[in-house]
Design a protein. Structure first.
Length: 255
């Protein structure tokens, strides 16, 4: 059941969703005041972002508090339900992954298993820094864009989004919320890890600082404290090292 509230489509009950075999879909669910659902299980896995609001995730004989910017990993056939705070209804963005993508013979099996081992089932996770949080959120938004636009290859792109999120979780870019501590140093460290993988792309201090929720000046100070180099010198050094490595291995730089 759905209605409109303040110009936005909101739901009183869970939205039906069908995930084709071997594929991934995205569901954005805006809960109305008074949203209700029964404990149930679904035939697909869910990777959830609590975009707005707070409430409870109830499962078996227990529950856990969830709030804005939490992340959840909910396996298929695991009974649960969301209970909204009546003063702050939830908006959830869910990447729904068919079980066939995580079977023993599938490409996602090992990363799915690793992700489950990194946390306690049903417990809320959060990104370990502002930089990592923004990377998670961009993945969810990319999934929404792909499903909305439905350009060539969008189904494959959605599975790529799920894979990216699982890799981030398996690499411990998020932690159990009770152990989280806001840390600007961790955010800058995350940006350094990102640059080590994306040094061949155009990078701007202003963009990195924004993703760390820091001013460019503060970001620059912390970056130099951790690397001993300026932003541009660090990038140039990574690029030179890579070019030298390519020359040694292949005799070429570009391919």
């Amino acid at each position: 059941m759905k209605n409109r509230e303040a110009g936005k489509l909101v739901r009183q009950t869970p939205a039906p969703i069908k995930v084709p075999t071997g594929q991934t879909r995205v569901l954005e669910s805006h809960h109305a005041v008074g949203f209700e659902m029964e404990i149930d299980h679904w035939e697909f896995h869910k990777i959830c972002w609590v975009a707005i609001g707070q409430g409870q995730l109830e499962f078996s004989d227990s529950s856990t508090h969830i709030q804005r910017n939490d992340f959840l990993v909910l396996p298929a056939d695991w009974p649960h339900r969301f209970i909204d705070d009546p003063n702050e209804p939830l908006t959830l963005v869910m990447i729904c992954v068919d079980q066939a993508l995580t079977t023993a013979v599938s490409a996602l099996n090992s990363i799915w298993s690793s992700t489950l081992k990194k946390g306690t089932l049903g417990q809320a996770r959060c990104a370990k820094s502002a930089f990592h949080h923004n990377a998670f959120v961009e993945d969810f938004r990319e999934g929404l864009r792909e499903q909305l636009n439905r350009e060539t290859g969008w189904q494959i792109a959605l599975t790529g989004v799920a894979q990216s999120l699982l890799i981030r979780m398996a690499r411990e870019h998020c932690v159990m919320r009770e152990s989280f501590k806001s840390n600007s140093i961790a955010a800058v460290r995350g940006s350094i890890e990102y640059l080590d993988q994306h040094f061949n792309e155009a990078q701007r201090i202003e963009d990195m600082a924004e993703r760390c929720d820091l001013s460019p000046r503060r970001f620059t100070t912390l970056f130099k404290a951790q690397t001993g180099q300026t932003f541009s010198h660090y990038l140039n050094e990574r690029r030179i090292e890579y070019a030298q490595q390519r020359l040694r291995q292949t005799g070429h730089i570009l391919y």
